[in-house]
Design a protein around this ligand. Structure first.
Ligand SMILES: CC(C)(COP(=O)(O)OP(=O)(O)OC[C@H]1O[C@@H](n2cnc3c(N)ncnc32)[C@H](O)[C@@H]1OP(=O)(O)O)[C@@H](O)C(=O)NCCC(=O)NCCS
Length: 182
């Protein structure tokens, strides 16, 4: 069993603001609901997880101590969540692979928070012994591709018309991955 650490770090952003990056906890339920409600429609269209579905938020919170799903949030001094990232270990013969998700509140973008969260979740994947990390996003999500590209991820493939948004439109997705060195 992988031991969880209670490590948290304070991160100073490029615009002078700062946040605490730490593991998602049970007490974050309301803050996570508010984070989801604050996401703009455009983001919701393209997100794999429905951050405005109370059942999905409850599932995330209940899984805060799950062995195969590590969830990290960026929290302001008043307890608001402004970014979320997770690493979900795949089942079966891909158990060494961790699938990453990342989203930052609109008002907190372009200050280095996305990069800091991506680095934090890749570090977690390393610590839990994952041998490979991967992330899927729409080809249109170029900011995410820039972030993971900087962290050494390479494009492993593209899947045509593989995602359907909440308006019923089909999109290509890009798979990026990196192997973790020990
Ligand atoms: C992708 C996302 C997490 C980036 O968050 P962020 O906090 O703005 O990221 P950062 O400020 O750390 O930006 C890091 C780099 O990404 C690139 N980038 C970020 N936003 C960009 C944009 N809108 N256009 C082009 N490049 C962008 C830049 O290279 C930037 O570095 P720079 O500021 O030194 O130029 C955020 O836009 C988001 O939540 N998008 C919706 C969900 C998503 O696409 N997730 C990624 C795949 S799971």
């Amino acid at each position: 069993m992988v031991q969880r650490t209670e490590a948290e770090s304070r991160v100073a952003l490029k615009d002078g603001r700062s946040v605490t990056i730490r593991q998602l906890m049970e007490q974050d339920h309301v803050a996570l609901i508010n984070f989801g409600l604050g996401l703009p429609k455009n983001d919701l269209l393209y997100l794999e997880d429905d951050f405005q579905n109370p059942e999905i938020i409850s599932r995330m919170i209940h899984a805060n101590a799950a062995e195969n799903w590590w969830q990290i949030v960026a929290v302001t001094d008043d307890g608001s969540i402004v970014a979320y990232t997770s690493a979900l270990r795949m089942p079966g013969w891909s158990y060494h692979v961790a699938n990453i998700r990342l989203i930052v509140d609109r008002a907190w973008r372009r200050s280095g928070l996305g990069m800091a969260m991506a680095q934090a979740i890749v570090d977690v994947a390393h610590d839990i012994g994952a041998g490979k990390v991967m992330v899927e996003m729409l080809t249109a999500q170029t900011a995410g591709q820039a972030i993971f590209g900087r962290l050494g991820f390479a494009v492993e493939g593209q899947l045509a018309r593989h995602a359907i948004d909440r308006d019923g439109n089909l999109h290509d997705i890009v798979l990026m991955s990196a192997f973790i060195r020990r």
